[in-house]
Design a protein around this ligand. Structure first.
Ligand SMILES: [Zn+2]
Length: 200
């Protein structure tokens, strides 16, 4: 790497910090960017800065957004009566890609994991309860992963939300036990959504 001037060495070092990118790939990418038209390189740099500066969490669903309220939450064509609860913003995207759901979402921010010090207070459970208390939600779909933590979080939520007049269901068959929603294909996720079962 010392054969390169400092500018290229710096680029290689930054790029190699990305997950799954070794030094060889970083070197290839840095040289690619160097050879690319200036406008293309600037667009890449600008999109990275904007990614950090302009991406925020939607104040309704806590999914990723570039506005205070995201495109899904502000879409009048979606059912406000159904709320799909997921762990992370990436899970929201997975369910959305399946095309099986036309309601709204709520991102919990993780799963209960007492061993790692993550109790109910560390997740957006209070926010979820106040969202439900607003009154427009009639059905909650618990789409946390089917890992042990995902299941216990789902059970905890079902118990916590029992006092509201709600139908509460859990995504079902299709999602393998121990499965993370990110790795579940869209057809499977669509079936899991359609085959959800009541938990109350
Ligand atoms: Zn939103």
């Amino acid at each position: 790497m010392n054969y390169y001037p400092k500018t290229i060495r710096n680029a290689i070092r930054s790029i190699s910090k990305l997950p799954g990118i070794g030094e060889k790939t970083a070197e290839r990418l840095a040289l690619h960017i160097l050879r690319a038209p200036r406008a293309e390189a600037e667009q890449l740099a600008r999109s990275i800065v904007e990614l950090k500066e302009k991406t925020l969490l939607c104040r309704r669903c806590f999914g990723l957004s570039d506005a205070p309220v995201c495109g899904i939450c502000s879409n009048a064509g979606r059912s406000e009566h159904m709320l799909c609860v997921v762990e992370q913003p990436s899970d929201l995207v997975s369910v959305e890609k399946s095309g099986a759901f036309n309601g709204l979402y709520f991102v919990l921010g993780g799963t209960l994991s007492p061993m790692d010090g993550i109790g109910p207070g560390e997740l957006r459970i209070r926010e979820l309860a106040s969202r439900v208390a607003e009154g427009s939600v009639r059905e909650i779909i618990l789409a946390t992963s089917t890992t042990v933590q995902g299941e216990s979080t789902s059970a905890y939520l079902a118990e916590t939300l029992k006092r509201y007049p709600l139908k509460i269901s859990r995504i079902a068959s299709g999602v393998p036990i121990g499965g993370d929603l990110k790795y579940v294909d869209q057809v499977t996720l669509r079936r899991a959504m359609e085959g959800r079962r009541d938990v109350t």
